[in-house]
Design a protein around this ligand. Structure first.
Ligand code: IPE
Ligand code: IPE
Ligand code: MG
Length: 256
């Protein structure tokens, strides 16, 4: 990395989102059932979490199950639910010991009562932790997130406590998931496909996107470090010109 590129964006991402894709293909390539890939994917989750802790990245959001994944064969969906419950119960103590705050985002009402209870317990246990915030998106969809926020504001309008003209981007964003965390800086997708698949639509407005061919079970510290190095090299302009950004990075206030 040159000094020049470092000046553009030398800060580490404060919030990384990952679409953990490619488990099924990883397993199929080895002649194993798809669920084997999902199980192996859990090891990669552990690595990603500990990597973020090591680097001091405050927020990590992992896409574990989309609102569209219910369309999969019933046995795959039920294996994923079992795995989710098992991992939650098995990992929560370690997460807690490591100061990780667990936050599940998505429409949880479709999950079994047992899973909902485990989620509530895990979140309550880790609520006071001040290390990494680990958001797990489960039965999550970016469109659901926005509709959910709209519904909350509509309710306030119906109650007479809010005027439609008072609905601004800023107000709506306060009802979007993870509004209390740093802005999404970097969105990574493994598995080779170049699409967002209804992940963090609102939050991704100015995120840097990184699409990797690596299948999720093969994701490790080196792959993560390379993605972060690519993020650090990019010039984020947020609508400004490159010259303005370089001026800001140089600490100059001239020309503003
Ligand atoms: C991502 O891996 C995990 C989930 C969607 C639960 P996939 O299961 O989508 O793996 P591929 O894309 O079929 O390889
Ligand atoms: C996105 O992967 C969802 C998760 C990683 C949980 P998919 O495999 O479901 O995405 P599509 O269907 O290929 O777009
Ligand atoms: Mg997939």
């Amino acid at each position: 990395m040159t000094e020049e590129t470092q000046a553009f964006n030398s800060a580490l991402p404060q919030h990384v989102g990952i679409i953990m894709d490619g488990n099924g293909r990883w397993a199929e390539r080895q002649g194993k059932p798809r669920v084997w890939g999902h199980k192996k994917g859990v090891d990669a989750v552990r690595k990603a979490v500990s990597f973020c802790r090591k680097l001091g990245i405050p927020s990590l959001t992992l896409f574990a199950f989309s609102s569209e994944n219910w369309r999969r064969p019933e046995d795959e969906v039920s294996s994923l639910m079992q795995l989710f419950l098992f991992v939650l119960q098995q990992e929560v103590k370690v997460l807690h010991k490591n100061q990780v705050r667990l936050n599940i985002i998505g429409d949880l009402s479709r999950f079994s009562p047992g899973l909902q209870e485990s989620i509530a317990k895990a979140q309550a246990l880790t609520a006071g932790n001040t290390g990494l915030t680990l958001n797990v998106a489960a039965n999550y969809g970016g469109r659901w997130d926005i509709a959910n926020a709209a519904q909350q504001l509509a309710q306030q309008v119906a109650n007479g406590t809010l005027q439609p003209a008072e609905i601004t981007e800023q107000l709506l964003s306060q009802h979007i998931q993870m509004h209390d965390q740093p802005e999404l800086d970097l969105m990574i997708r493994t598995g080779g496909d170049i699409r967002i698949s209804n992940f963090l639509l609102w939050q991704a407005a100015y995120a840097e996107l990184c699409f990797l061919d690596t299948l999720w079970p093969d994701f490790d510290d080196q792959v993560f470090a390379d993605a972060i190095a690519s993020f650090v090299r990019r010039e984020r302009r947020f609508g400004c010109t490159g010259a303005q950004i370089r001026e800001l990075a140089a600490g100059s206030t001239e020309g503003q």
